[in-house]
Design a protein around this ligand. Structure first.
Ligand code: HEM
Length: 408
């Protein structure tokens, strides 16, 4: 596959904003996606651990983590759409070819995801009193975790097959005979996938540090439970961090020759340093974790480290495709469309922060509230009115621009 062929597969209409905008948004939204995935996997694993335990602290944690996992799946799915859009726009010759070569898996992806999510809810419905009674139908939670991992594996293969244009023809027509079934998964790296999955352990640890701080702020009376959370969080961060770095090192050591440059790239080294800082932070902060916002800061630093990992991952793809295959994602023809660009950023920045900010404020304050009924303050209620008002304006604008485009 030469560079001309790859360029010929591009959308002749070009992209509606500078390609760098899509590249940066792709990195940022992938980091958000993978953070939600890791919270989801970490929380699910803790649910399973709790479901097999008869210790009350583990059972209580399993109940909380089941709620976290249910929400994290939906966040991972919703935020997963964003990098999907950006990778399609910027790397369409690669992404679509990879998808067509494994078309059955791409379609099956949705069904497996639905089955995994239903299995998680099945476990939830079967265990309304998970905190106190023995867990029932644990197989459902195991099935859910297995299916969610399979979904992630499909995403990994699709991302990885993109990086092997010289193999596409061979995969499509092995020994010259066309196989249009789309039933194969052709290229993968167990170590690369394992690295992203193993990071779920320190991410879950950082999440638990924040959960513990939140409970403390809400006046949690069970000091033994808080101590249990502190121990578990530190163990997950340290041991999980070491495990992730070991698997990451294996990924770097087993890189194919054309990707070998990545092992010493400054992007990768910066990501490594930030991961180390995030993993060591609870130990460095010590007692400060008990005060102010420090307990939440650990997850914040972890999120920054994940953005660095996402940036390094993108540099691997960008540098490989431009250096080895002569395909520069940043020279995509730009057909500037200010209207859609501004709509995107205003939706993302203004609408996104106001509505999400409101939901988070209500969820936060109601959880920290001591009395039985929570009544939001005047400021929070006004915040809510703004969120609803902005959503109404956004929906009206959506239909108005649609009608305007139709009748124009
Ligand atoms: C719920 C289970 C999921 C898991 C465990 C998961 C896990 C992963 C992992 C590990 C990667 C990195 C692969 C690599 O670079 O080797 C990835 C990439 C990706 N995921 Fe997910 N994912 C899940 C669901 C989804 C969903 C539902 C979507 C879309 C709606 C999605 C969209 C993406 C995209 C677009 C990428 C690649 C982005 C790129 O190459 O720039 N994922 N996912």
């Amino acid at each position: 596959m030469n560079a001309e062929m790859l360029y010929a597969l591009r959308d002749p209409a070009g992209v509606p904003s500078h390609p760098l905008v899509f590249l940066l948004l792709g990195v940022l939204t992938f980091a958000l996606h993978i953070a939600a995935v890791q919270v989801m996997l970490g929380a699910s694993a803790l649910v399973l651990r709790g479901a097999f335990s008869d210790q009350l602290h583990w059972r209580r944690l399993a109940t909380t983590m089941l709620n976290t996992a249910k929400i994290a799946v939906s966040v991972a799915i919703v935020i997963g759409v964003a990098p999907l859009l950006f990778v399609q726009v910027l790397y369409d010759p690669f992404w679509y070819t990879s998808n067509v070569l494994s078309a059955r898996w791409v379609i099956g992806f949705i069904l497996l995801l639905i089955a995994g999510y239903i299995a998680m809810y099945g476990f939830y419905w079967r265990n309304p009193q998970l905190a106190t009674k023995p867990a029932r139908s644990r197989w459902m939670m195991m099935l859910s975790l297995a299916l969610l991992l399979l979904v992630g594996w499909i995403m990994h293969v699709l991302s990885y097959q993109m990086l092997w244009p010289e193999q596409w023809q061979q995969w499509y027509a092995p020994q010259g005979r066309i196989d249009a079934s789309g039933s194969g998964l052709h290229a993968y790296s167990v170590a690369r996938f394992g690295f992203f999955i193993a990071l779920s352990a320190p991410v879950a640890g950082a999440w638990l540090v924040a959960v513990r701080r939140y409970l403390q702020g809400a006046g949690e009376g069970d000091a033994a439970y808080l101590a249990f959370l502190a121990r578990l969080a530190r163990r997950l961060m340290l041991l999980g961090g070491v495990l992730s770095l070991a698997i990451g090192a294996l990924w770097l050591l087993t890189l194919p020759e054309k990707m070998a440059f990545f092992a010493s790239s400054p992007w990768m080294l910066a990501a490594l340093v930030l991961l180390l800082v995030a993993v060591a932070l609870p130990t460095l902060l010590g007692d400060r974790l008990e005060r102010g916002l420090w307990g939440y800061g650990v997850f914040g630093v972890g999120a920054v480290a994940l953005i660095a990992v996402a940036a390094a991952r993108e540099m691997l793809r960008y540098t490989l495709l431009s250096g080895v295959y002569g395909y520069d994602a940043l020279d995509y023809k730009t057909n500037m469309d200010w209207y859609s660009t501004l709509t995107f950023f205003i939706t993302f920045g203004v609408l996104g922060s106001v509505t999400l900010g409101y939901l988070l404020a209500v969820a936060w304050q109601s959880g920290q509230h001591r009395s039985a009924v929570y009544t939001p303050s005047l400021a929070v209620t006004r915040f809510g009115r703004w969120s609803v008002g902005l959503l109404v304006v956004w929906i009206a604008h959506y239909f108005l621009i649609g009608f305007y485009t139709m009748v124009r």
